[in-house]
Design a protein around this ligand. Structure first.
Ligand code: ATR
Length: 275
């Protein structure tokens, strides 16, 4: 039996074991996925230990996504660009670090919302690790612009490509909202337990805009609910979670799993319906 896993701190609420173990079972792959709680000061030992145990691959979550990079034998270009690793593959005894978060978001957006990214004008709200991954993945898809608004504008200035992007304050983003085809919240604002908070006001949102929130707890944030009431097409963070996992699964096994089934499992576990 092959061993796969997740390292993070905390990990006890992770839905990754459920999703991956179900896919292994469905596809008759003799493997098991386990979530390991790893304290930051034990990261090096954990990564070495997994290698000693001949673990076939693992996911990395908060707070280790950047710190784990120094323990990789090789890094994929996307992971380097993002400055973070979320998927590690044991390739003939070498740890190779990848990042499927950004592409996971983009695949979910295209496949679940049937979105054409070519020529689209996009606004990202937030400029943290999640925003960065999504930003570079979007740039691969011939978009017209990906602007970034953030509380701390300097964080966005540090990674944007000037020919494709402008940086705005949150207030400027709110003012310009009607200029965009797609608006994406990449911040944690509105996540449980602070469910009343909203990342930016939607007062200028135009009908038919696609509004996506990477949060999936709650499944429908107050921000998404308000966007829906204004006539937007909305997507929660389950899609990104499922597709980043599916892309990791594909790197480990060569098989792209059934994302519909994964999505249903996750939503069921979170106690809701898709939005
Ligand atoms: P992640 O790696 O999950 O993206 P992060 O790097 O801590 O997490 O980034 C969090 C993002 O949420 C940032 O854009 C942050 O804004 P700052 O760059 O100004 O810190 C944003 N954020 C978090 N809490 C916020 C709040 N209360 N209001 C506005 N933005 C917030």
């Amino acid at each position: 039996m092959k061993l796969f896993g997740l390292i993070g701190c905390p990990v006890h609420h992770s839905l990754s074991p459920l999703m991956h173990n179900d896919a292994f079972q469905t596809l008759h792959i003799d493997a098991h996925y386990h979530a390991f709680h790893v304290e930051p000061h034990m990261l090096k030992e954990a990564v070495q230990g997994l290698k000693a145990l001949q673990c076939a691959g693992f996911n990395v979550t908060i707070p280790h996504k950047t710190a784990v990079m120094e323990y990789m034998d090789e890094l994929d270009e996307t992971a380097k660009q993002m400055g973070a690793v979320n998927t590690v593959v044991n390739e003939r005894g070498k740890w190779v670090g990848y990042n499927t978060d950004g592409e996971g978001f983009v695949r979910a957006l295209c496949e679940q919302m049937n979105v054409q990214l070519c020529g689209a004008r996009i606004l990202l709200v937030g400029a943290g690790g999640a925003a960065r991954g999504i930003y570079f993945a979007l740039l691969q898809h011939h978009v017209s612009a990906v602007d970034v608004c953030n509380r701390t504008t300097g964080k966005a200035e540090a990674f944007i490509k000037k020919e494709k992007s402008d940086v705005y304050s949150l207030e400027e983003g709110e003012e310009r909202l009607a200029e965009y085809d797609i608006v994406i919240n990449t911040t944690s604002v509105g996540m449980y337990p602070h469910v009343e908070a909203m990342p930016i006001s939607l007062r200028n949102l135009k009908k038919d805009t696609i509004v996506s929130d990477i949060i999936y707890n709650p499944l429908m944030t107050k921000w998404l609910q308000e966007a829906k009431e204004k006539g937007a097409r909305v997507q929660n963070g389950v899609g990104m979670f499922v597709y980043q996992g599916a892309l990791a699964f594909e790197k480990w096994t060569g098989i792209f799993p059934n994302t519909k089934r994964m999505e249903q499992l996750v939503i069921q576990k979170l106690g809701g319906k898709p939005c």
